[in-house]
Design a protein around this ligand. Structure first.
Ligand code: ATP
Ligand code: MG
Length: 400
């Protein structure tokens, strides 16, 4: 049902590091395809996802509107492992058809009316096509120049018309959406993110998803001594992050009573680190149950007193599992810029009653001694407490 010279709308995806993965490549591509299909499930469209050499093409059912195609492109642009997402037209493999499509593609464009400069960039993944890339550039470019009178600018064009000759068809498009880069979620295993309502932990989660980890989220609430607000906030954050991996789960541990016991131990200056160690121990227990192999936090070196080198050392000592800290070398401004880009900053900046404020001492220790912390933990029976806390876990599934 081809209505015009443009052919049918489709979405063309350019793979990132996946193409470098040698022997694992097939595995990575399969994971990526399955992630793409999962991300588009909600559409209820019958989509045809095809792996080609170095690209993936998503063909849409005949008659799919441009708006729907645009929305498909926006959604897949969130799936890690892709560097570019192009809303393209699938055109017959014939130089005349390609030229016609390119001409029609530029009709009714504001920048074309203004006389924008342009370049045609062709690529052949199928070398049997009768024209070389350069001939194709010239033919199509000449025609565009004749019809619209636009100036050619090969160095710094205002508009690029891309033509990609594939095995069974030619893709024609302008522009595109940058993808997330990185690796497909799932190829690196599973991790558990310690998720506060702050700015940093959502960004840490995003960074690790982008390196191929599927993550679960664990939030400690101050309940029963605080309201449920921090849970809503954590939920909203996980929901915002869900578009990068799908099927996300938030786990919540009521932590107020445990915090009170730490406070009662009387070591005010050590309370924050003692509590962080208890969070990590509980996290390790939860991670084991979820078959996750690492804990992830939003720590950044020196940002607050709990993140000095000594205090980070004291936290690593609390668990056997590796603690991944993808933000360790980033500045707050860099973290905030990324939070804004991935859509979590606004949520993180909402006011809430963080459980940590329950035991904010006047002066926090910046060089906690592990022996002192262990003494507090012996009195608390921290190992047993961590198992108990992990047992009080509540699950919140993320709905679309
Ligand atoms: P964030 O912005 O992520 O809250 P922060 O700069 O406020 O981080 P801290 O409050 O010291 O730093 O927390 C350091 C890390 O500890 C957080 O990034 C998070 O991974 C974990 N964390 C802190 N509070 C909680 C909580 N209530 N539930 C789960 N994890 C937490
Ligand atoms: Mg915080």
């Amino acid at each position: 049902m081809t209505m015009s010279a443009l052919g049918e709308p489709c979405v063309l995806l350019k793979l990132g590091e996946v193409v470098l993965k040698g022997d694992n490549r097939e595995l990575f591509e399969r994971q990526l395809q399955s992630n793409i299909k999962a991300a588009l499930k909600g559409f209820g469209l019958k989509l045809d996802v095809r792996q080609r050499h170095g690209v993936i093409a998503i063909f849409l059912p005949d008659g799919t509107g441009v708006e729907v195609a645009d929305e498909v492109a926006r959604r897949v642009a969130c799936v890690p492992g892709l560097v570019w997402v192009h809303r393209a037209w699938r055109v017959e493999k014939d130089p005349g058809a390609v030229t016609k499509a390119a001409i029609e593609l530029l009709a009714d464009r504001e920048d074309v009316r203004r006389g924008v400069s342009f370049a045609v960039r062709s690529r052949r993944r199928d070398k049997r096509f009768p024209l070389t890339s350069m001939q194709l550039d010239r033919t199509v470019g000449g025609e565009i120049n004749d019809i619209y009178g636009l100036p050619v600018d090969l160095k710094n064009p205002g508009l690029v018309v891309s033509i990609e000759v594939d095995r069974d068809e030619v893709f024609v498009f302008t522009g595109g959406l940058p993808g997330q880069g990185g690796l497909p979620v799932g190829v690196s295993g599973r991790g558990l993110v310690l998720m506060s309502g702050g700015i940093d932990s959502p960004v840490a989660a995003y960074r690790m998803m982008r390196r191929g980890l599927r993550v679960d989220f664990l939030h400690f609430s101050g309940i029963p001594f605080t309201t449920s607000e921090s849970i809503y906030k954590a939920y909203a954050l996980v929901r915002a992050l869900d578009r990068f991996q799908g099927r996300s789960r938030l786990w919540v541990v009521p932590f107020g009573k445990a915090q009170q016991s730490i406070k009662a131990s009387g070591q005010d200056r050590l309370a924050v680190i003692a509590q962080r160690r208890l969070m990590l121990k509980t996290g390790e227990e939860v991670a084991r149950r979820l078959r996750a192999g690492a804990l992830i936090t939003g720590d950044s070196l020196g940002q607050v007193s709990s993140q000095t080198l000594q205090n980070i050392t004291a936290q690593d000592d609390a668990v056997d599992m590796p603690i991944l800290r993808p933000l360790i070398g980033l500045d707050k401004t860099e973290i905030m810029a990324e939070a804004r880009r991935i859509g979590t900053l606004e949520i993180s900046e909402l006011p809430d009653e963080d459980c940590c404020t329950l035991l904010a001492p006047r002066r926090a220790e910046t060089a906690a001694k592990i022996a002192d912390l262990k003494q507090i933990e012996r009195r608390l029976d921290a190992e047993e407490l961590a198992v108990q806390l992990a047992g009080s876990l509540q699950e919140y599934k993320i709905e679309d």
